[in-house]
Write a protein that binds this ligand. Structure first.
Ligand SMILES: Cc1ncc(COP(=O)(O)O)c(C=O)c1O
Length: 479
């Protein structure tokens, strides 16, 4: 079979989009079968008479969305798991219920994580400022205790659950007993735990668009139908979700600092969302991944603190406030849900979190280091954020406009209309930058274009300037 789409150079869509759309359609319609090898980048570029980079952009997106899978030198193949789930009927033709490939695509999206941090990497705390000596001391102390080498308790190490409950009460306005806190190895594991405990497999779920890709990837993979709900300057558009996806039984939201736009969910929307969940008997997963980092005013209280009807499952993580290699996240539920979450914890596939790490983290929090560290990082990040914004300022004339958000660990840089953010992010990645395109966080659907850049590991102004100058060269705007 001829796999090659025929791009139309005079068409309105860019060539890489035409290649992407054609391949996606061929996979969805079964013309390209799971496991089938597709042409190499080079072969397809020659065949179509286009630049290799153009094919690369299309392939990257197909890889990122899980339609294709790369097996290194063996080549690129159609994913084994591309059968779409049955969609909820959309009320309006504009309302997108999209089918997600079952395969884990987050690896492709976040391929630059692991090992040394990449330049401008997102979501990574300042690794140079982590108190390693103190951490080593806590670990050394814990490793001498017999229990720390045992198999972990399914719901988490009791002293860590206690320390987290006390911290959440102090800092996030959440009243929870330690037994309501469940320790999991990742945010996505917390989402999967909630879906299992609440018996949501097969249900429809609102997700924010744009939104953190692992959320929809995980939900899609464990059998939920994804309903994209747009985000505006007040956060997720609850009215839109209600109108277009009335049968949804779950909404996953980032109320304190929407990922990735940075807007805070307005009070009116918070009330609307809780009201929807209460009346419909639906659930809300609150992903409070970096609510601590706010540079103007105080951190906003968690949505969970307003949850009078017990509909909110709160997910927090130590990845942003300590370090992501720790693999410690947690879920907080209402008392009535504790038994079903305890049961679900006993049947997870991951087998829990290492007790040694949990014990060190518990000591770090209970002994006051945590609060001090967060305070110090807040000041440091405000400075590093300003450095990156200042280094980008001269490029406003070239169409790169920084919108400083009130919080967070990355900048969202608007990109002028005639530039394709996916192409820019691909070029940046080839030059070693872990910059993401906003369009990719919206599943490729049209809308505001932008680039996401982490600032937390920039050490000084000179480094910020050098990185931005290199990034602009990598964009190759003259091409
Ligand atoms: C929006 C969002 N949610 C959750 C997480 C936390 O993930 P984890 O706890 O698995 O490190 C991140 C980390 O980057 C994130 O950006």
């Amino acid at each position: 079979m001829n796999q090659s789409p025929a791009p139309d150079a005079s068409g309105s869509a860019p060539i890489h989009e035409q290649i992407y759309a054609r391949y996606r359609a061929m996979i969805e319609q079964g013309q390209l079968k799971p496991g089938q090898r597709v042409s190499s980048l080079r072969a397809l570029a020659i065949e179509l008479g286009v630049a290799r980079g153009t094919v690369q952009v299309a392939y990257d997106r197909l890889l990122g969305e899980g339609y294709l899978i790369s097996r290194g030198p063996a080549g690129t193949f159609v994913s084994e798991h591309t059968t779409p789930a049955k969609p909820e009927r959309a009320k309006s033709p504009r309302a997108a219920v999209h089918h997600l490939p079952l395969q884990d695509t987050s690896g492709a999206m976040f391929e630059m994580e692991g090992g040394d941090p990449a330049a401008l990497q997102l979501g990574l705390p300042a690794l140079d400022e982590f108190p390693r000596k103190l951490w080593a001391r806590l670990m050394a102390r814990e490793v001498r205790k017999a229990g720390s080498l045992n198999k972990p308790a399914p719901a988490g190490y009791a002293p860590l659950r206690e320390a987290l409950a006390a911290y959440l009460h102090r800092s996030r306005g959440i009243d929870a007993q330690p037994t309501q806190v469940f320790v999991v190895p990742a945010y996505t594991a917390g989402v999967a735990l909630a879906v299992d405990a609440l018996k949501l497999t097969g249900a429809s779920a609102w997700v924010e668009s744009p939104g953190y890709p692992p959320t929809s990837h995980t939900l899609g993979r464990i059998g939920l139908q994804i309903c994209d709900v747009p985000v505006d300057d007040q956060g997720v558009d609850v009215g839109y979700g209600r109108q277009h996806f009335p049968n949804a039984r779950l909404a996953v939201v980032t109320p304190s600092h929407q990922s990735p736009t940075g807007v805070a969910l307005s009070l009116q929307r918070r009330v609307e969302l809780l009201d929807w969940a209460g009346k419909r008997g639906a659930w809300i997963i609150e992903d409070d991944y970096d609510g601590e980092y706010r540079y103007r005013g105080h951190p906003l209280p968690a949505l969970k603190s307003l949850d009078a009807c017990d509909r909110v499952v709160y997910c927090g993580t130590l990845s942003k406030v300590l370090f992501p290699g720790l693999r410690l996240s947690y879920v907080v539920v209402s008392p009535s849900l504790v038994p079903s979450f305890e049961l679900a914890c006993r049947r997870t596939v991951h087998g829990g979190c290492p007790e040694l790490m949990q014990a060190a983290a518990a000591g770090f929090i209970a002994e006051g280091h945590f609060a001090r560290h967060i305070k110090r990082m807040r000041t440091l990040y405000a400075r590093r954020r300003a450095m990156l914004a200042e280094a980008l300022a001269p490029y406003a004339a070239d169409g790169f406009t920084v919108h400083l958000q009130d919080g967070g660990m990355h900048l969202l840089v608007d990109v002028r209309d005639d530039l394709d953010d996916i192409v820019l992010a691909t070029r940046a990645r080839e030059a070693g930058f872990a910059v993401h395109a906003l369009t990719a966080w919206r599943n490729g659907s049209p809308g505001r274009r932008g680039l996401l850049m982490g600032f937390t590991n920039i050490r000084n102004q000179a480094e910020a300037k050098r990185l931005v100058a290199e990034l602009m060269r990598a964009f190759d705007l003259a091409a």
